[in-house]
Design a protein around this ligand. Structure first.
Ligand code: 5AD
Length: 446
């Protein structure tokens, strides 16, 4: 979501005549988009800004420095007091005003600016994309923000504070954005929201047994020329049969799900205010795999939540072994400002959290490698996204199940659907070989 917000701000600036700098060293304006989910992310952003501020004082007096996003929202003016060289603080409902504020600062009409106010309708303002242009290579994939905010109030999470109440865009507005993206060459769209399956539930409700989110998926599915649809992230609560059925009925909907579980212990899930139990999670995973056997499933897990005993942790390990996730993001619990969990009793010692983190990560990686191994020798369809990040001589694509595949390809393959035969598997990456001469294939072989 932060990547998407940053892109929208960059696109607004480009539209106003600014151009993207090759690196921060040559930039006239440097904006750091921030995450507040864990304290470490905030400390990193502050450390980075301190370095930039020191540079500004010594060699670059004219450079404009700004914070955007969640930490900007939650700390606001306090950041300007803490960092006197900072020019701009833009909250999560004000991304669309960034260009205007920068112009004002550059024209020296204002001193520092801080805007973290709420704004009605701000959910529909993150719509500009940087696709292909002077400074940007053609993109085959795009993210589309369908809603903002969250009303779930998990006891560990700062997001309801930083992103505000749940607000959804309309279906026609989202579809129009998708259509425009496809007209500009995009073939895969990922719909984004804090809890996507809650999309429009108050605004648009259920019709003919279908939630607003499933109706949105169907409407996006109609967009001609679009090949693939993904979404992230759903929540097990309110994950209905209509959404499971969508995987059967909508061929463009890819067989992959990022499905945060957070813990394998019912006691901890309750303390987290997740509103589902392990049994329900297992049942959803079974239904997803029944709907599509090649389903890639990833998750988020927090270790060291207050009160987590060795037994609770063992249950998480057990869940991971039973579900066999394709991958999992394992987070060390980090107490956040104004969240119920931060003041709960039985906070867990850092050392214990570190140990559990290492143990769980070891288990997750072992299973991920075993699952990847099963791809060896199989032929899979990938959408080629561009150069491999590690080795720009190679190209990178993703399978429908969301596995990254690296192969010897050329720039002309960018944006193509290709069949690749998997010849080697690492823990996180697959290595492929073009399988057939026919590069354009819309059938799925794996
Ligand atoms: N501490 C650690 N991890 C957290 N997450 C959210 N809040 C916290 C926290 N306070 C994790 C959750 C969520 C992911 C985006 O970040 O696992 O799904």
């Amino acid at each position: 979501m932060n990547m998407r917000d940053s892109e929208a701000v960059a696109a607004q600036l480009v539209e106003k005549g600014y151009s993207l700098a090759g690196s921060e060293h040559s930039a006239d304006v440097i904006l750091l988009n921030t995450c507040s989910v864990r304290d470490m992310a905030e400390q990193k952003a502050i450390g980075k800004m301190r370095n930039l501020a020191a540079e500004k004082r010594k060699f670059r007096p004219g450079v404009v420095l700004g914070f955007m996003g969640c930490m900007a929202q939650s700390r606001g003016k306090e950041l300007l007091d803490q960092l006197p060289d900072l020019d701009l603080v833009v909250g999560t409902q004000k991304f669309h005003r960034t260009a205007e504020y920068i112009t004002r600062i550059l024209e020296q009409r204002d001193g520092a600016i801080c805007d973290v106010a709420e704004e009605i309708g701000s959910e529909a303002t993150i719509r500009e994309h940087l696709l292909n242009g002077k400074d940007v290579k053609k993109s085959a994939t795009a993210f589309v923000s369908i809603m903002q905010g969250c009303n779930q109030h998990c006891t560990f999470c700062i997001v309801p504070d930083t992103r505000g109440k749940e607000r959804s865009r309309t279906i026609p507005d989202i579809v129009a954005e998708c259509r425009e993206l496809v007209d500009r060459g995009v073939r895969e769209i990922t719909l984004l929201g804090q809890i996507v399956n809650q999309y429009g539930r108050r605004e648009f409700g259920v019709e003919n047994g279908k939630t607003a989110f499933v109706r949105l998926l169907e409407a996006v599915h109609e967009v001609e020329g679009l090949e693939r649809i993904r979404f992230t992230s759903p929540h097990p609560k309110g994950y209905g049969v209509d959404l499971i059925q969508a995987y059967v009925e909508l061929p463009k909907l890819c067989e992959s799900a990022h499905f945060p579980v957070q813990s394998g212990s019912d006691r901890i899930l309750k303390r987290m205010h997740r509103q589902y139990d392990v049994k329900r999670f297992f049942s959803l995973v079974d239904q997803l795999r029944e709907a599509q056997s090649g389903m890639g499933i990833t998750t988020d897990i927090i270790v060291g939540f207050p009160g987590e005993t060795e037994e609770d942790f063992e249950r998480t390990l057990d869940l991971v072994r039973k579900v066999r996730f394709d991958n999992a993001y394992v987070f060390k619990y980090s107490p956040r400002k104004n969240t119920p969990a931060a003041t709960m009793e039985q906070q867990i010692e850092t050392e214990v959290i570190e140990q559990r983190h290492a143990r769980l990560l070891g288990q997750v990686n072992e299973i991920a490698a075993e699952i990847n191994q099963q791809y060896e020798g199989r032929t899979v369809q990938v959408l080629v996204e561009g150069e491999s990040r590690r080795n720009t001589e190679r190209m990178m694509g993703r399978t429908r199940s969301n596995k990254i595949v690296i192969f010897e390809g050329k720039e002309r393959h960018r944006g193509q659907l290709m069949d690749l035969r998997i010849v080697r598997c690492g823990s996180f990456t697959l290595y492929g070989d073009p399988a057939i001469v026919n590069l354009e294939s819309s059938c799925t072989l794996a």
